[in-house]
Design a protein around this ligand. Structure first.
Ligand SMILES: CC(C)(COP(=O)(O)OP(=O)(O)OC[C@H]1O[C@@H](n2cnc3c(N)ncnc32)[C@H](O)[C@@H]1OP(=O)(O)O)[C@@H](O)C(=O)NCCC(=O)NCCS
Length: 216
């Protein structure tokens, strides 16, 4: 029998059209190959002066994944889900993050899809899946998100799932305006939007979030 070292990677979510699994080392090459050229990366990420742009972008993808699991704690965690269709093709990624989770029970999210499948409702399915995980199984009290005001698709996902505008801020590196939005747990439960999401692998992962068994 193989020992499962990191049960968080056994978490899975399924929507009508998408299968989400927590990223593993085996996903790294296909995720890097699929990562869209138009998706902006963290301007503060390490850059390697002697590498070309493609190598630098792959390095940011890989280091974000390693950092997420490598610096994990119940107080502050980040879950990178790889989204695939029924044929196993990588469609994108959906992140769920709890940067101060043990203190505020607030989750944040970020996502990207390959260009060919955008605008068909899949981004909404991805966010729905992680919100249901957060509110139904992880005890989240609220979810926040943010996007530059020009990103109609990202803000469209948030608005169609019931998030409300809270405030704006200005991005230091670009001067663009960022719209912040928030969704409360009660609004999510009342909406019934998560009912169609199937979720598995939760039990063995819960202690890594500092949570006891759901039946306790
Ligand atoms: C952001 C992203 C994940 C959204 O996923 P998507 O599958 O394209 O979005 P959906 O089809 O689920 O659309 C969600 C809502 O936004 C609206 N929308 C989608 N694309 C839009 C666009 N280009 N302009 C205006 N509205 C748009 C949809 O009509 C829908 O609203 P509705 O439910 O009221 O009809 C995807 O577009 C993407 O990968 N973009 C590039 C990466 C990015 O910007 N990520 C976010 C920053 S972290």
């Amino acid at each position: 029998m193989t020992t499962v070292v990191w049960p968080v990677q056994g978490l899975w979510l399924r929507t009508a059209d998408v299968d989400l699994r927590v990223m593993t080392e085996a996903d790294l090459a296909s995720v890097c190959d699929s990562f869209p050229a138009d998706v902006e990366q963290d301007p503060a990420a390490t850059r390697y002066a002697l590498l070309d742009e493609g190598s630098n972008r792959r390095a940011v993808v890989a280091q974000s994944y390693w950092r997420a699991l490598g610096t994990w704690s119940p107080a502050s965690w980040a879950l990178p889900f790889v989204a695939r269709n029924g044929d196993g093709d990588v469609l994108g990624m959906q992140w769920l993050e709890g940067p101060d989770f043990s203190t505020d029970r607030v989750v944040d999210s970020a996502s990207w899809l390959v260009a060919e499948v955008r605008g068909r409702g899949l981004g909404t399915q991805l966010r729905t899946a992680v919100l249901e995980l957060a509110f139904r199984h992880l005890g989240a009290g609220a979810a926040v998100s943010s996007a530059v005001v020009a990103n109609a698709a990202s803000l469209g996902v948030s608005r169609s799932l019931g998030y409300r505008d809270t405030h704006t801020s200005v991005l230091e590196h670009s001067g663009e305006t960022l719209q912040h939005v928030r969704l409360e747990r009660d609004a999510w439960v009342a909406s019934g939007r998560g009912a169609s999401v199937r979720i598995g692998g939760v039990g063995p992962a819960l202690p890594y979030f500092g949570l006891g068994d759901e039946d306790d």
